[in-house]
Design a protein around this ligand. Structure first.
Ligand SMILES: *Cc1c(COP(=O)(O)O)cnc(C)c1O
Length: 384
C-alpha cells in the first residue's frame, strides 16, 4: 500500500539520522528564545540585524494593516497591486542603484520566476554547485540544460561557457553561500558573463542588509553595475519581515513582470507588508552601528574558538559553520549544546553535501559579546 512506502521512508530517515523536527518558539525571533518554557541562547536565525523583533518595524506592520487592510485580494497583474508597493519598489531600486525593482512574495518564488523567464529548452544555466535549493529547483523548472560547476571554480565555469553552444546562457550564483558563509567572486563572474554574452543572476539572500555601503548588498560591496546583472534580494532575513525583490535594468524587470509565472499566478502579498518594508529599508540604511556590532561579534567568535579536529569554515559573514562531518555526531554535539541551553542548528544532507554535516552558527546584531563568549567557551570545552 502507498502509505507503507511512506512509513518505510520515514523509518529510513530515522536510521540515517535525517529526520527533521520543528521546535515551537514561545517568544519573538531573538537570541533569547524560549522553547517548552525553557530559555535558550539561540544562534540560528537569519535575522542578521535583529530587525525581526524591532518594535519600530512591528509598529510599521501594524500601521500598514490599519492603512491597507490585511490582504491584496488578487494577483498583482489583475487587481492586487497597490501604490505602496510602487513606493517600495522605487525605494528598493533607488537603494540598490538600479533602474527598477519588482517585489515578490518570497525569495523562493523570485528564483522560481527568474530562471524560467530568462532561459528555456536549448539554453544553458551555469550554476555553482553550492547554490541554494531554490535555484536548483528553478533551473529544473526552466527546462534549460543545467551545468553545475565546482564551488567558485572560475576556470571550470569559463571552460563550460566556452564550450557551450546554447543560444542563451545564464550564470547563477548565491552571493553569500547560505551554508558556508563565503562570498562569491562576483566581479569575476560578471567579467565571464560579459565575455561569453551571458546573464548573471545573483541571489543575495544573505548579503542584502549586511554587506556593502549602507547594507546595499553584495553587488554594491563590489561596486558592480550592468544590465546583465539580475539581482535578487530577500526581505525575510536581514530586513526582518518577509518577501523578496529583483532589481535591474528597466527592460529586464519589465520582461520579468510579464513572464515570471511565480509573480503572475500568485496572490500578491498584503500591501501592509510593503508599508512595513519601507520602514525596514530605512532601518537598514541607518543600520551602520548594527552592522559594526555584527562585525565585532564575528571577530570575537573567530578569535576565541579553539577547535582541534572540527573545522571552522573561513567566512567574513555572520554565517560561521563548523564542519563535523558525520550526521549523528553533529546531532550529538547540537544536543550537548542544548543541554547547556545553547541552540545551534545541525545542518545535514541534503541541505549540505554528504559527509559535511555541520553546526551552522549565525550571529545577529541582537547578540552580545557575552553571548558569543558563552558559545565559544562551551564549544572549546566540547570539541575533541
Ligand atoms: C533563504 C534563501 C532563499 C529563499 O528566500 P525566502 O525569502 O526565504 O523564500 C533563496 N536563496 C538563498 C540563498 C536563501 O538563503
Amino acid at each position: 500500500m502507498l502509505i507503507d512506502d511512506l512509513r518505510a521512508g520515514l523509518a529510513d530517515l530515522d536510521i540515517r539520522a535525517l529526520r527533521r523536527r520543528r521546535r515551537s518558539l514561545e517568544t519573538q525571533c531573538s537570541p533569547r528564545a524560549v522553547i517548552d518554557g525553557r530559555p535558550m541562547l539561540a544562534f540560528c536565525s537569519n535575522d542578521y540585524l535583529g530587525l525581526a523583533s524591532e518594535p519600530l518595524l512591528a509598529e510599521a506592520l501594524a500601521e500598514g494593516a490599519r492603512l491597507w487592510g490585511s490582504g491584496s485580494g488578487a494577483s498583482a497583474l489583475v487587481s492586487g497591486h497597490y501604490a505602496v508597493v510602487d513606493e517600495l519598489e522605487q525605494a528598493l531600486a533607488g537603494f540598490c542603484g538600479t533602474e527598477r525593482a519588482l517585489a515578490f512574495g518570497t525569495g523562493y518564488l523570485a528564483n522560481l520566476g527568474i530562471l524560467p523567464a530568462f532561459s528555456g529548452r536549448g539554453d544553458e544555466i551555469f550554476a555553482d554547485r553550492l547554490n541554494h535549493a531554490s535555484l536548483v529547483d528553478a533551473a529544473l523548472l526552466a527546462r534549460a540544460t543545467l551545468t553545475r560547476y565546482p564551488h567558485c571554480d572560475l576556470d571550470r565555469l569559463e571552460h563550460a561557457l566556452a564550450h557551450s553552444t546554447a543560444r542563451r546562457k545564464l550564470i547563477v550564483s548565491d552571493a553569500v553561500f547560505s551554508m558556508d558563509g563565503d562570498i562569491a567572486p562576483l566581479p569575476a563572474l560578471l567579467e565571464l558573463a560579459e565575455r561569453h554574452d551571458a546573464w548573471l543572476v545573483v541571489d543575495d539572500a544573505h548579503g542584502f542588509g549586511v554587506l556593502g555601503p549602507g547594507g546595499r548588498g553584495s553587488v554594491a560591496h563590489f561596486g558592480l553595475s550592468s544590465w546583465r546583472l539580475i539581482y535578487m534580494g530577500t526581505l525575510g532575513k536581514a530586513a526582518g519581515a518577509a518577501g523578496a525583490f529583483v532589481a535591474g535594468n528597466a527592460d529586464v524587470i519589465e520582461w520579468l513582470m510579464q513572464k515570471a509565472r511565480s509573480y503572475v499566478f500568485t496572490t500578491a502579498p498584503p500591501p501592509a507588508l510593503s508599508h512595513a518594508l519601507l520602514c525596514s529599508l530605512r532601518l537598514i540604511e541607518d543600520g551602520t552601528s548594527r552592522r559594526n556590532h555584527l562585525q565585532a561579534l564575528i571577530a570575537t567568535l573567530t578569535g576565541h574558538l579553539d577547535l582541534q579536529r572540527w573545522h571552522l569554515l573561513s567566512s567574513r559573514t555572520p554565517i560561521q559553520p563548523i564542519v563535523i562531518g558525520d550526521n549523528q555526531r553533529t546531532l550529538d554535539v547540537a544536543a550537548r549544546l542544548q543541554q547547556e541551553s545553547i541552540w545551534v542548528p545541525a545542518i545535514r544532507p541534503p541541505t549540505v553535501p554528504v559527509g559535511s554535516a555541520r553546526l551552522r552558527i549565525s550571529l545577529t546584531a541582537a547578540h552580545t559579546h557575552e553571548d558569543v563568549l558563552r558559545l565559544t567557551d562551551t564549544l572549546n570545552r566540547l570539541a575533541p
